[in-house]
Write a protein that binds this ligand. Sequence first.
Ligand code: DX5
Ligand code: ZN
Length: 219
Amino acid sequence: MTYRIAPSILSADFARLGEEVRNVVAAGADIIHFDVMDNHYVPNLTVGPLVCEAIRPHVQVPIDVHLMVKPVDRIIPDFAKAGANIITFHPEASEHIDRSLQLIRDNGCKAGLVFNPATSLHYLEHVMDKLDIVLLMSVNPGFGGQSFIPHTLKKIEMVRKLIDESGRDIMLEVDGGIKIDNIEAVARAGADTFVAGSAIFGKPDYKAVIDAMRGELAK
Ligand code: DX5
Ligand code: ZN
């Protein structure tokens, strides 16, 4: 299993964002996780395509845009143009899930659905062939620094089974409350990609945290 660590810039110092993303990639990050909140679908407001475009020249790794916005479709081409590599959205925020997934792919990005802790997995049923990634939230979306919700481990196991049964190469990313002390359990449940915001950017030594996480994953 190839494991990927995806630091969420939500907990970075936004006044020094270019430097922050360079530092976290130098510290071993595989992906930059980019949280987009619209104060409508979620009760918080973050950043848009302009900021994605601004950080793009600073890193070579994929930028993983997590859209917490409603409506979904009209912002997708803008993020693709701004240099996003992966774009995920919440199915209940899209009027036409198949169309939104296809739109992401037509714009040259990998496409995925995001599930809140209480969102049903039934949305997966008819779109497995259009998915490159499934993102499972292990907190309710909107804020960094929340505690991991333990019952989501069961859901990770369920999605791992569905992905394996599909025979397709679909990433399984988990987002929210991931720390050094629970990343191994999240991996055991079936995740391969781990978002971590406060656990990494909340500490002075990013490499120490990422190395410790990799140590847990190697157990
Ligand atoms: C929450 C965001 C997460 C968040 C993770 O809505 O989608 O990506 O930044 O932050 P931590 O790791 O602090 O829970
Ligand atoms: Zn996120």
